[in-house]
Design a protein around this ligand. Sequence first.
Ligand SMILES: [Zn+2]
Ligand SMILES: [Zn+2]
Length: 315
Amino acid sequence: MNALWLENNKISLRDIPLLRKPDEALIKIRKAGICSTDLELVKGYYPYTGVPGHEFVGEVMEAQDAAWIGRRVVGEINAVCGQCEQCLHGRSTHCENRTVLGIARRDGVFAEFTNLPVANLHPVPDSVPDEMAVFIEPLAAALEIQQQIQVRPTDRVLLIGAGRLGQLIAQTLALTGCDLRVVARHAHQQDLLKRRGIRVITEQQIQPWRWDIVVEATGSPSGFSLARQAIRPRGTLVLKSTYKGELSVNFSSMVVDEINLIGSRCGPFEPALRLLESRQVDPTVLVAHEFKLQDALKAFEHAAETGVLKVLIEP
Ligand SMILES: [Zn+2]
Ligand SMILES: [Zn+2]
């Protein structure tokens, strides 16, 4: 099958053997999305060799349980053992033996087909088109924030970063009724937010020590220091992006101000599907361009340009 292959910080198109794993479903990719993690994998921030890509909607071609065959599905990206300490205590996204779709020891979705355990799959309701369903993974990641902390309607919430993930975080946080402001660098990002009635704020307008909750979604040291200045004593700082290399942080001041620090990663798929079904969020506004798999190299180039939001790939 045709696939995008990542090796030694280089992506190329290859014809690779189609894998059939007896205990997993074979899924035909309908659409896949490029996210920042994919761009970082190519830059070599994490060691990975194989097919990249983890955001997808597809159709089950083969599965042990025939009831799945022909169904349109999305899939959770962590394939877990079900037996380790983390799995047994309900923290399966932290499975000690996990493989991660297109990220760690498991070929991903920038290909004609992929494999996943049936336990990872969620059927997509007919009313949710592929253009929406392909966003399920980052949308679930956005919802993880509300899975981890309570966002009250009276909370002043500052979101720093309005890129691919930031837009989805903004749309989901807005649903809580909190007093939300978003720092968005680019005019297009600001427009998308304003169209949904979400208020944007400039860095200069941010009052220090005033915000109950600050969500950092830039993954840059400057984003973190802005978040650190904005959070009030005993406030909650949610980190939604990984950082390249190490951050230099004054942790003593975090102790003195009694800041709650929350790392936040993968989230729940079912609520994300419900939000798509009810059209309470609309991720399709993020789509910048769609490429065929044979143009995947161009797709990656386009996705890496500043201000470009979601680039989709279709086999
Ligand atoms: Zn992603
Ligand atoms: Zn496990």
